[in-house]
Design a protein around this ligand. Structure first.
Ligand SMILES: [Zn+2]
Length: 59
């Protein structure tokens, strides 16, 4: 249902006619119950959001 969420390992820009790979460092990160969301701002101006599940220990 939610097509916006991309697999982190295949994260590319979500903008039209733009397939740049996302930057290594996310522009913004925030946590939700579903995991950590990472927002990447592309040079084209589009913002792509990925979700990383809490499979890794953060402590
Ligand atoms: Zn882009």
């Amino acid at each position: 249902m939610i097509e916006e969420l991309r697999n982190e390992t295949t994260a590319t820009c979500d903008g039209e006619n733009c397939e740049r790979r996302l930057a290594e460092e996310p522009t913004l990160t925030f946590r939700t119950e579903g995991g950590e969301r990472r927002a990447y701002e592309c040079r084209c101006g589009a913002v792509t959001v990925t979700v990383a599940r809490d499979s890794e220990s953060t402590r």
